[in-house]
Design a protein around this ligand. Structure first.
Ligand code: PMP
Length: 431
């Protein structure tokens, strides 16, 4: 597969932008320049077509450039947009819809990115509890800001240690974020006891998709709920990936565990910039500066008609069409197909997943936490991904990331991908 035009354009991009990319993780070779997207497919500047499973890190639950959603956004923009001091009918309708489905969402506030949503959730938790500390899990990702950008994809020797994700972070923010091990309730309890009356919030991806698909063990999420209630700590479910993708009510609706606050983004607006913070009314009212609220929430573009109309349209399509049924069935087809290939080739690999999401770990047992993932053969994944890319299969760049199936993918796309996976793995096993 030729990437000459992409290479040339990337050289051009580097003149104007550091590294030529607008997000650090995009600094991974080959840096392709994309010119077109449609449904399950994306096209690069050299005219190569790919079946896309990266889904721009997850938003495309219906598919790229999804006509019904785009049309609704265009229609809305022909009539309305954004008003500064003022509220749109779209904001009201969108907030009402979210409260109808998401169990923890008695009230909702809109912002533009998942990072903003987690930032506000943490600030609110600190205000409610009058405490400083935060618990997050090793390997989970909750955005780029100082409160959470530590201990993400840590090197083995930095697991659980002080591992800021960026230079320039504030020491106080880093040191007030405590790191726990996913699926280890004893570890969480010990941390809460050792920091008695100091932990404002615990933030968790109910399924840590930022390290692929680590499933919570039976009772783990409920255990977090119970521990947080016992210790007066706010439980935040970061459903930026799981929300809408696994269920209209998020993974909290699937698991039956209701957090105090929820952050959402990505799939809610099928690729348009949109995010939300939701939670119990008594907590959310702290943002109501009109009636004694003292927590500041702001953003020029919050509630823009683009994001609200896209969310309403995406949710309506999920309500009226078998979106989850389709993507879950294709998810099963993909996972089962890959497992059969692994068996045929006697390969040491584990296929994890839930619903429309799947991950291949090159290790021979089910990982329960980030430390287990150190058994994964990262080198093997890099070659695997590169060879799949050459065959037009576009997957997440890093070895322990997830892949997503959208409503636009067909059985044929899955079967063609399975064929490519089998061909690549055969080559790798033989070499
Ligand atoms: N939370 C989770 C679980 C995420 O996966 C992400 C983004 N990958 C974020 C928060 C941050 O969202 P954004 O990139 O929109 O700021």
């Amino acid at each position: 597969m030729l990437n000459e035009k992409s290479k040339q354009l990337h050289e051009e991009a580097k003149k104007f932008t550091p590294g030529g990319v607008h997000t650090s993780i995009r600094n991974i070779d080959p840096r392709l320049i994309f010119t077109k997207s449609e449904g399950a497919y994306i096209y690069d500047a050299d005219g190569n077509k790919y079946i896309d499973f990266q889904a721009a890190f997850g938003p495309y639950i219906l598919g790229h450039n999804y006509k019904e959603v785009n049309d609704r956004v265009i229609e809305s923009l022909a009539r309305t947009d954004l008003y500064g001091v003022g509220t749109t009918d779209l904001e009201i309708k969108c907030a009402e819809k979210i409260t109808k489905y998401v169990p923890s969402a008695e009230q909702v506030l809109f912002c533009n990115s998942g990072s903003e949503a987690t930032y506000h959730a943490i600030r609110l938790s600190r205000a409610i509890t009058n405490r400083k500390k935060l618990i997050k899990f090793q390997g989970c990702y909750h955005g780029w800001h100082d409160y959470v950008a530590r201990n993400m994809l840590s090197e083995p020797h930095m697991i659980g240690k002080r591992d800021p994700g960026s230079a320039g972070m504030m020491d106080e923010a880093i040191d007030n974020t405590l790191i726990c091990t996913f699926n280890d309730l004893d570890n969480v309890e010990r941390t809460l006891v050792e920091n008695k009356n100091e932990v404002a919030a615990l933030i968790v991806e109910p399924i840590p998709h930022n390290i692929g698909c680590i499933m919570p063990e039976v009772g783990f999420l409920q255990g977090l709920r119970d521990l947080c209630s016992k210790h007066g700590t706010i439980l935040i479910f970061d459903e930026v990936i799981t929300g809408f993708r696994h269920d209209l009510g998020g993974y909290q609706n699937v698991s039956g565990v209701t957090p105090d606050l929820t952050t959402m983004g990505k799939a809610m607006a099928n690729g348009f910039p949109m995010a939300a913070l939701a939670g119990k009314k008594e907590y959310m009212e702290r943002f109501n500066t009109n009636s004694g609220g003292d927590v500041w929430f702001a953003g020029t573009y919050n509630g823009h008609a683009i994001g609200t109309s896209a969310t309403i349209a995406t949710m309506e399509i999920m309500e009226t069409e078998p979106v989850h049924q389709h993507i879950f069935a294709l998810g099963d087809r993909m996972r089962n197909g890959i497992r059969e290939i692994h068996d045929r080739l006697s390969l040491k690999a584990y296929v994890a997943g839930f619903g429309s999401v799947w991950t291949t770990y090159f290790m021979d047992f089910e990982p329960k936490n980030y430390t287990d993932l150190m058994q994964n053969d990262a080198k093997m994944y890099v070659t695997y991904r590169k060879k799949l890319l050459e065959r037009g299969i576009f997957k997440m760049p890093m070895n322990i990331k997830r892949n997503h199936i959208s409503y636009s993918h067909t059985k044929e796309d899955i079967d063609n991908t399975l064929q490519a996976i089998e061909d690549v793995l055969k080559e790798l096993v033989q070499s």
